[in-house]
Ligand binder design. Sequence first.
Ligand SMILES: Cc1cc2nc3c(=O)[nH]c(=O)nc-3n(C[C@H](O)[C@H](O)[C@H](O)COP(=O)(O)O)c2cc1C
Length: 315
Amino acid sequence: MVDMAVTVGGLRMANPVMPGSGTFGEGLEKVMDLNRLGAIVTKTITPDKREGCRPPRVVEYKDATLMAIGIPCKGPEHYMEELVPIYRAYDTPLICSVSAPTVEAFAELTAQISIDGVEAIEANISCPNLEKDGKAFSMDVRATETVIRAMKQVTDRPVFAKLTPNVTDIAEIGLAAQAGGADAITVANGLLGMAVDVENFRPALGNVTGGMTGPAMKPVLLRMCYQVCQAVSVPVIGCGGIATASDAIEYMMVGASAVQVGTINFIHPTVMLDIIDGIEDFCRRKGLTRAADLTGAMQIDGYNPQSVGTQIQVA
Ligand SMILES: Cc1cc2nc3c(=O)[nH]c(=O)nc-3n(C[C@H](O)[C@H](O)[C@H](O)COP(=O)(O)O)c2cc1C
């Protein structure tokens, strides 16, 4: 028997697998048993209704997606009145992803959304901080710490900080989130990219730039997850390019306590169930009795990796 349960930032989950925010559509309960997931994560909720970015919103590559969706949102009431009741019917914990343009708005939304049935809040702090220079909150250590602290003050739910990978030193941002009181840190959102529609002399995305996601991004996001895991003491949730159980296990072996599965859900809507089964099979094959024992299980055997500008030090 393999005990698949993990605890992340005080949230007990039946297994370490959950969807990445925005990649888990309304209605998926019709094609899979949501009770099998470790957690459910909502699309990011914003304080006001939003249209999102102008189209085109997506450019597809063989193993990656470039997208600028712009967080279209029907407003918090839609989620609280229509979605939370659907998910409350399952045993699976519900994590609400929130985002806002100011620290105050983040805090207000966090308080508003901390209702029965919402068991944790994920702060999508990859969004622009409109009180400052418009850079994403999680591109700046001070903004990261400030916004997480403000959220922690208004909710008794665990707060997870979801970071942007578009920084030079993600470990210092992870430390800032921890200093602000984050109960866990999700690494990470999409990598900034762009593409040009040469036939029409136009940017391929209506928003010009967007986030690269999907399997091709995994080595970069895995490296960032490793760096954050090395720096912080709170649990880390790995996210970026996970398509198979083996990908998820890589994230856990570099230190993640749980994983989020994103873009691949659009291709294989039930892939998370295969990933859960695959992690269990792997543990059984390797004689591990607990999935949680995968966390940090990678060994480097005393070799001190050469610095490649990544500031990774091995004791
Ligand atoms: C279509 C799409 C919509 C997304 N929407 C959100 C969102 O609302 N909030 C958020 O925090 N991340 C959002 N993401 C990012 C994913 O949750 C995830 O962090 C990212 O896609 C990396 O994981 P992946 O490579 O497995 O896709 C979105 C990604 C995609 C592809």
